[in-house]
Design a protein around this ligand. Structure first.
Ligand code: GLN
Length: 312
């Protein structure tokens, strides 16, 4: 059976039940709204080339997108700057935590767009003359990736802005290095709001699918970004999307992905499918414990590993 056919029939509720038994990890407590997340929330969704969206139980439960927004912010920054974002941000993995207070040696650029420094900058690079205009541009752009109108959780946005001390530190550091051209507090405000966009597993899977299918949303049919932008973004997801766990992820799952502190993982399997898993308990690298297991199982069952046995 082909991989696409397997994705059409794989039992997502059975997989959900299987991973729900896993009790490891702890829920992020950086803001009260995340600390309050239900540790037993677990939802999975897959999106196929023809726009079919398949979801398990709880695939419709809303959560804040958090760092799973970073590939899409990078895509919008590439689009809005005509590729200039690639000169202003590195694309090398860091081997460090997502919020490390560190810029590229010698250039003062963020190391890559998947860590906080990079995402603060990509969020500042989208079209818009002020905070409100950039926020509006981001929500509109993310909605195009999702194929439906997304909304912001205002309480989460406010908490992220107020409590994101390390993000404020990174923004000031980039100001000092001359890499951030907007005000530090404005940069944190826009990034915080992007992290607070509400999605569910289905919407996030469509977003991942849009990148996996060369920038065309398979549900709405809209071309959201050019093929080259999608390829650049998926490449950086593959090398940097799971932070200092990216190497282990690539070996074990082998599908470009982005993790986040809400416990979401977005998957972009080029030309095959988009996917998303939500389950809040995280490992030390900020990756959903159940999400990782679910992705390992899916990758094995659907033969998704990008370096898998293509010759058989
Ligand atoms: N809101 C979080 C932050 O910037 C997102 C981090 C994450 O999901 N890894 O700190």
């Amino acid at each position: 059976m082909s991989r696409a056919a397997d994705a059409r029939t794989v039992d997502l509720d059975a997989l959900r039940e299987r991973v729900l038994g896993e009790q490891g990890g702890s829920v992020d407590d950086s803001i009260p709204q995340l600390a309050d997340a239900d540790p037993d929330l677990c939802g999975l969704a897959l999106v196929l080339t023809d726009g079919t969206v398949r979801g398990s139980a709880q695939a419709d439960v809303a959560f804040s997108v958090q760092s799973a927004v970073k590939p899409f912010l990078f895509a919008l920054a590439l689009l809005d700057t005509d590729g200039e974002a690639l000169d202003r941000i590195g694309i090398e993995p860091t081997g460090e935590a997502f919020d490390a207070i560190k810029l590229e040696t010698g250039t003062g650029r963020p190391p890559n767009p998947m860590v906080n420094a990079g995402a603060l900058l990509t969020a500042a690079m989208v079209d818009g003359d002020d905070v409100a205009a950039r926020e509006e541009r981001i929500v509109r752009g993310l909605s195009a990736f999702a194929g439906r109108d997304l909304e912001v959780d205002e309480d989460v946005a406010q908490s992220e802005h107020l409590l994101g001390d390390r993000n404020h530190a990174l923004a000031h550091l980039m100001r000092a290095e001359g890499t951030l051209s907007v005000g530090a507090d404005d940069a944190v405000a826009v990034y915080a709001r992007a992290c607070a966009v509400l999605v569910d597993a289905r919407a996030l899977a469509v977003m991942g699918a849009t990148l996996a299918f060369g920038g065309v949303n398979p549900v709405s049919g809209e071309r959201v970004v050019p093929e080259g932008v999608a390829r650049d973004v998926v490449s950086v997801m593959a090398t940097c999307g799971v932070y200092d766990g990216s190497g282990r992820w690539m070996r074990g799952v082998g599908v470009p992905a982005k993790s986040s502190v809400s416990g979401a993982i977005v998957l972009s399997a080029p030309g095959v499918l988009g996917g998303a898993v939500i389950s809040p308990p995280l490992d030390e690298q900020g990756t959903s414990v159940r999400g990782r297991i679910a992705c390992e199982v899916l990758s094995a069952e659907l033969d998704l590993h990008v370096f898998g046995s293509r010759w058989s």
